[in-house]
Design a protein around this ligand. Structure first.
Ligand SMILES: [Zn+2]
Ligand SMILES: [Zn+2]
Length: 136
């Protein structure tokens, strides 16, 4: 399904701004902050940060994007491809990197045995200092 269809499927009008944001998020390696999204979009397509916020919120409401508030109080947006991913956030610059694997699987098993619960979800967030900030 292309991005235009994705928008129409969610009853959103196809606009240049929405398409551009969606394309960017689909290609992004990890979650992005609204100001990063704004900086990556030509001013001719999206002229203000508030427009970017509005688009990000619309796409999140429809479930096309995932929005997550991290411990640093900043909202991050990512393309919702149904994948289960965990991220580490730099506490200095806010950069985000994805973890290759879910480190919780083994713990889930242990907790299932211990509590008898079937675990249906978890949130796991790491905070650290990224290589760039470490060398400053
Ligand atoms: Zn950093
Ligand atoms: Zn996980």
């Amino acid at each position: 399904m292309n991005l235009e269809e994705t928008l129409r499927d969610h009853h959103l009008k196809v606009t240049k701004g929405r398409l551009q944001v969606l394309k960017l998020m689909e290609e992004a390696e990890g979650p992005m902050k609204a100001d990063e999204v704004y900086d990556s979009i030509p001013r001719s397509i999206c002229s203000s940060l508030s427009t970017v916020y509005r688009i990000l919120n619309q796409l999140s409401e429809k479930g096309i994007l995932k929005s997550t508030m991290y411990q640093n109080g900043i909202m991050y947006y990512s393309y919702n491809n149904g994948q289960h991913r965990h991220y580490i956030v730099c506490s200095e610059c806010g950069r985000v990197a994805a973890l290759e694997n879910c480190p919780m699987d083994a713990i889930d098993n242990y907790i299932r045995k211990d509590t008898g619960f079937d675990i249906t979800g978890h949130v796991f967030e790491l905070t650290g200092i990224c290589p760039n900030c470490k060398h400053k």
